[in-house]
Design a protein around this ligand. Structure first.
Ligand SMILES: NC(=O)C1=CN([C@@H]2O[C@H](COP(=O)(O)OP(=O)(O)OC[C@H]3O[C@@H](n4cnc5c(N)ncnc54)[C@H](OP(=O)(O)O)[C@@H]3O)[C@@H](O)[C@H]2O)C=CC1
Ligand SMILES: CC(C)=CCC[C@@H](C)[C@H]1CC[C@H]2C3=C(CC[C@]12C)[C@@]1(C)CCC(=O)C[C@@H]1CC3
Length: 347
């Protein structure tokens, strides 16, 4: 049964990021008192108390944890940054630090933002269930490798004195998104979205940020003494699997760009991505460069990866609040600056 959270105080670690800020807005609407902890400041809100610091430093965290009922840990370095040292420092060592600081400050609950990619290693996943999918034995990138360590550490910390739960969103998109929409538009403006990787029939989940926020808040309201959610991981999706390339076509055409139309062999692109990754590794002692075509991106664009969220429905009372149609409309409308500048000239 969901606990009453009226005026309970939470801390959103990573609250100045894409998901974090939406989470703060959702929590405030739900009646929570919200503190934000982040390494940077990106917005102001008189209802929120901001703490700027590094989650890897306990002395930075402790003041922000005073009187906190639940911590939402959704901080991470940028998923596609490929910075191995930073991923380990923040996602693994930093999360251990967050757990220690929570216990020292007497915080009893933590909701971790994990990722559905923790079970993904480039092979197709269709309607994947949490209890049927092991952690990826061969993660495709350092980000995923450290998200696995982060989730495992967080769930192992679960006890009757400190309740933890992990939310595994997949392919989050929405207003103020820093990954999916900006990268896709950048590719479109460089003429790189005319290609379809593979046969274009791979089915995936994309999850609207409002639904991810809803899942996080439900998780915080449900963990506690005797809850089946304690120490568990939950897939949170839109529950509307879609062809990856149908989603991309709707996003691109909705922003005034042409639809992808030229098929390229998946295996060829994957080999090219592996070669570029090898070259980047060879030259890394001299220069750091992150190829835009990575094995992870190619795999995500060319294989099935959609997940079952029945466990979240059963244990958390989750169901998506926004449909994919509503979500795409809200997202496209929120990005006037991302529209194709050529469409005006053509009209
Ligand atoms: N975007 C997606 O599609 C998905 C995201 N996720 C997970 O959701 C969470 C949020 O992702 P998203 O909102 O996209 O990411 P963002 O990068 O937008 O937000 C993360 C925030 O955490 C901050 N941060 C990073 N390092 C530290 C640190 N050492 N101390 C304090 N704050 C720090 C970031 O600051 P800075 O920008 O300066 O690094 C940023 O403000 C992440 O855990 C991610 O793994 C899971 C599935 C899909
Ligand atoms: C037309 C075309 C190929 C556009 C590129 C879209 C990509 C930028 C996104 C498609 C799937 C997205 C995705 C993530 C980042 C952006 C994409 C690769 C994550 C890796 C972000 C962090 C996660 O935890 C998992 C996400 C999986 C899906």
């Amino acid at each position: 049964m969901a606990a009453s959270v009226k005026n309970k105080k939470c801390l959103v670690i990573g609250g100045c990021g894409f998901l974090g800020r939406h989470l703060c807005e959702g929590l405030l609407e739900r009646g929570w008192t919200v503190n934000v902890f982040d390494i940077r400041s990106t917005f102001e809100d008189s209802r929120i108390k901001f703490f700027i610091g590094d989650l890897c430093k306990k002395e930075d965290l402790l003041p922000a944890l005073e009187g906190v009922y639940c911590v939402f840990h959704c901080a991470s370095p940028a998923p596609l940054s490929n910075n191995k040292a930073l991923f380990y420092k923040v996602n693994y060592e930093g999360t251990r630090n967050v757990i220690e600081a929570c216990k020292e400050a007497g915080v009893k609950r933590m909701v971790l933002t994990s990722s559905a990619s923790v079970v993904y290693e480039g092979k197709g996943i269709r309607n994947g269930r949490e209890e049927e999918l092991p952690y990826a034995a061969k993660p495709l990138d350092y980000y995923t490798e450290t998200k696995i360590l982060q989730e495992r550490t967080s769930l192992e910390a679960n006890s009757d004195d400190f309740y933890t739960v992990a939310i595994r969103p997949h392919g989050i998109f929405g207003p103020r998104d820093l990954q999916l929409v900006p990268i896709t538009v950048d590719m479109a403006r460089k003429g790189k979205t005319k290609f379809i990787i593979g046969d274009g029939k791979n089915v995936v989940d994309f999850t609207y940020v409002g639904n991810v926020v809803h899942g996080h808040i439900l998780a915080a309201e449900h963990i506690g003494p005797g809850s089946p959610a304690n120490g568990k991981a939950y897939h949170i999706t839109n529950d509307e699997p879609i062809f990856f390339w149908t989603f991309m076509t709707r996003l691109l055409t909705g922003l005034g760009y042409p639809a992808p139309r030229i098929h390229l062999p998946y295996s060829l692109l994957y080999v090219v991505a592996l070669f570029l990754q090898f070259v980047a590794w060879i030259v890394s002692p001299l220069v750091i460069f992150t190829p835009s075509l990575s094995p992870m991106k190619v795999a995500l664009a060319g294989t099935d990866h959609f997940y079952n969220c029945e466990n979240a429905k059963r244990d958390l009372g989750y169901s998506p609040v926004f449909t994919l149609d509503q979500a795409l409309k809200l997202t496209i409308e929120s990005y006037p600056e991302m529209r194709n500048p050529e469409e005006k000239k053509g009209s």
